[in-house]
Design a protein around this ligand. Sequence first.
Ligand code: HEC
Length: 149
Amino acid sequence: MLRLRFILPVMALGLAAGTAMAQMGPSSVWQGIYTPDQAARGDGVYQQACGACHGAALGGTGEAPPLIGGEFISHWDTMTVGDLYDRVRTTMPQNNPQSLTREQYADVLAYLLKANGFPEGAVPLDRRSEVLATIGITAEKPASGATGQ
Ligand code: HEC
């Protein structure tokens, strides 16, 4: 259960101070930051726009590195979901960067997170880089309690 006694006063404070909703959002990729539907849509986007180079099962082909497993995650460990989102959004598909909508990039990112074993949740991944920049990527799941779940 979420700790409502803690969260409600914080929300009240946040609203009173006019701070962005983003600050109340998840802070870790382990908190369930995308929905199953979103990841399923992302699978479709991936197969259309990414799979030819990165492989249908994300294992990589030729120059295109794997997007699954330890090496991939280690590149992004301690960075944010916003960093990964912007990297993909501005440089991929490598043969046609920025050709997808922000929603499609968020969907494909949800698919990558699912494939890499990060948990799904009830709220879809946001399309705004500044919101995603508040969510940290860590290869290891933080000690219990640290995720707020
Ligand atoms: C035309 C081939 C091609 C396509 C299509 C393509 N990529 Fe890439 N991708 C590459 C290559 C080559 C690299 C390595 C060079 C580089 O980093 O730019 C790369 C690198 C990456 C990286 C960095 C990997 C790491 O370990 O940090 C990510 C993430 C990525 N691609 C995601 C995607 C996604 C998501 C799509 C679909 C929207 C996509 N790519 C489509 C060729 C491609």
